[in-house]
Ligand binder design. Structure first.
Ligand code: TYD
Length: 213
């Protein structure tokens, strides 16, 4: 069977990390295909190093275009070293964040513009796109409350951005979903995490019935 590339997206505090932790083992019980779980920025050593540079709160002088280019560079290396080989081998890749994060965070959040960020990402990905994107939708007040109550010791350079920044990120995501309704499944992430995970699971099984028993 052919490989599948699934991405999980959403504003900070939507619960992506908890979803990935539960969803992937549940899917593995239902298929003989290999499922590769990975994340951006990171997933392989070179990209994890770029991640440390981007997210370090001490790097407060970073220009927004530098930030966008670093995400795209990490993305390129991760694709070449991990995602492309897995897809070619017929595996299912589930990736926590991808190009849509750059469009929402750098394009809308940092106000570089979605089209400008899309163009550098086109260069990085050579037009490679997810087959399915689960978008965990949360309003910025609820999202920010969650990150502040869960991880006050561990906030990265983007978590500490202003509420307006996080609002722009969410609106950016909503525009992307509107533009490509066939690729996205929107999941309401204001609900208890178990329901969010169930919906993510169902969305994948429903679309790829041949891959799961
Ligand atoms: P992530 O590890 O998903 O953090 P969290 O678990 O806090 O959601 O992503 C780290 C941060 O990087 C997050 O604030 C979103 C941001 N980001 C971008 O701004 N652009 C991108 O292209 C990606 C992949 C992430």
């Amino acid at each position: 069977m052919k490989g599948i590339f699934i991405t999980v997206e959403g504003p900070d505090g939507a619960g992506k990390t908890s979803v990935m932790r539960e969803l992937v083992p549940r899917l593995r019980e239902k298929t003989t295909q290999v499922i590769v779980e990975t994340r951006e920025p990171g997933g392989i050593p070179i990209a994890e190093k770029i991640r440390q540079i981007i997210l370090d709160p001490k790097n407060d002088k970073m220009d927004e275009r530098t930030e966008a280019l670093l995400y795209a560079a990490a993305r390129r290396q991760h694709l070449v070293q991990k995602v492309f080989p897995a897809i070619e081998a017929g595996q299912i890749v589930i990736c926590d964040r991808f190009v849509d994060s750059s469009l929402a965070y750098q394009g809308a959040g940092r106000k570089i513009g979605i089209a400008a960020v899309a163009s550098i990402n086109e260069f990085a990905t050579e037009g490679f796109k997810p087959d399915l994107t689960l978008y965990l939708d949360i309003d910025s007040d609820t999202g920010l409350q969650r990150i502040q109550s869960h991880r006050h010791d561990d906030l990265d350079r983007l978590d500490v951005e202003t509420p307006e920044f996080h609002q722009r990120v969410r609106h950016g995501y909503l525009k992307l979903v509107e533009a490509e309704p066939e690729r996205f499944v929107t999941i309401d992430a204001h609900r208890p995490i178990e329901q969010v995970i169930d919906d993510c699971y169902e969305a994948i099984i429903r679309k790829y019935t041949n891959y799961f028993f």
